[in-house]
Design a protein around this ligand. Structure first.
Ligand code: DER
Length: 221
């Protein structure tokens, strides 16, 4: 069974009529958005706030009414994926390059629900390199500063050129190894000149829906 599809579709059950829903980015929340498209065509009335251009395009194709983040005071529920999640529900996100808008939407949400397959559930964060969004101007200097935090930052490439986010920035994928003290590291990264945001989502998620290859689905708080 496809754990991502199981988790993604299960999460759609949390969406109620009249909600403003943050729509995450990635191949797991894709299934949530597909299910919401089906429900909207069946009469469900929601407004979505996309976390990336590609989520915006998908939701538009599906007929899900959309709002810009600037238009909403508060989002009822955001559903998004993750690259890693630990038992404290701290996350590494940004594998899909959408971490800045994802964190902004999540921070404006009353509830954050994560959807993932079992492979994302880890004893400790850090095996997945931590994405850090940086401004292109002087990125090499920023890279050196981040490297002083005991990691190896690698510029994310798309074909022969640096990957560029929806916000016109670069991403450094930072290999820390096991991360001890995610909150402290997140603060240390974000105070560096040139760093826009990082993929550590600390104490933001309320619960996670995990899909397993055996066909089971579990919720963990
Ligand atoms: O970039 C992100 O944080 C996305 O949510 C993404 O990394 C989630 O991964 P998925 O495509 O395996 O759901």
């Amino acid at each position: 069974m496809d754990g991502k599809k199981l988790a993604g579709e299960k999460a759609a059950e949390y969406v109620k009529n009249g909600m403003v829903v943050g729509l995450g980015t990635g191949s797991t929340v894709y299934w949530t958005i597909m299910k919401l498209g089906e429900l909207v065509r069946g009469g469900l009335q929601i407004q979505g706030v996309p976390t990336s251009r590609r989520t915006e395009e998908l939701a538009t194709e599906l007929g899900i009414p959309l709002l810009d983040l600037a238009e909403v005071d508060e989002i009822d529920l955001t559903i998004d994926g993750a690259d890693e999640a630990d038992a404290d529900l701290n996350l590494i996100k940004g594998g899909g390059g959408a971490l800045l808008r994802e964190k902004l939407v999540a921070s404006a949400s009353r509830r954050l629900l994560i959807v993932a397959d079992e492979s994302k559930w880890v004893p400790a964060l850090g095996k997945f390199p931590l994405p850090v969004e940086v401004v292109p101007f002087g990125w090499e200097l920023t890279r050196r500063q981040i490297g002083k935090l005991d990691c190896d930052p690698i510029l994310r490439m798309a074909d022969e050129a640096p990957y560029v986010t929806d916000n016109g920035n670069y991403i450094l994928d930072c290999h820390f190894g096991v991360i001890q003290g995610a909150e402290r590291l997140s603060a240390a990264l974000n105070q560096l000149p040139g760093v826009v945001e990082n993929g550590l989502f600390v104490k933001m998620a309320e619960r996670i829906v995990l899909g397993f290859t055996d066909g089971s689905v579990e919720e963990r708080l």
